[in-house]
Unconditional design. Structure first.
Length: 119
């Protein structure tokens, strides 16, 4: 049974920092890419960042470049999202998701963790 368990969300003031974690388990076919997405109320889910598991290459949406850093711990199948210089518009539910095959998009999703940035 595949599980993605996020943690680390909370309430922070503008300019503050948070670190999200996502621990993946039960992935018999391994991990190709682990990504972070977010969804604010009334908005569509949007891509935030992703990391390729084999070589650690990263990708970010423009609005978080220079503020967010994605990293991974292969031994524990955990991906992190270090978020700094947070803005009120970063407020959203953040989800991690895993791509297990080059033929699929993101196959499995976590339950989400809430990030609220107060002004």
């Amino acid at each position: 049974q595949v599980q993605l368990v996020e943690s680390g969300g909370g309430v922070v003031q503008t300019g503050g920092s948070l670190r999200l974690s996502c621990a993946a388990s039960g992935l018999a076919n391994g991990i190709l890419t682990l990504g972070w997405f977010r969804q604010a109320p009334g908005n569509e889910r949007e891509f935030v960042s992703a990391i390729k598991w084999d070589d650690g290459s990263t990708h970010y949406t423009d609005s978080v470049k220079g503020r967010f850093t994605i990293s991974r711990d292969i031994a524990s199948n955990t991906v992190y999202l270090q978020m700094s210089s947070l803005k009120p518009w970063d407020t959203a539910t953040y989800y991690c998701a895993v791509q297990t095959s080059i033929d699929s998009y993101y196959d499995y999703w976590g339950q989400g963790t809430q990030v609220t940035v107060s002004s």
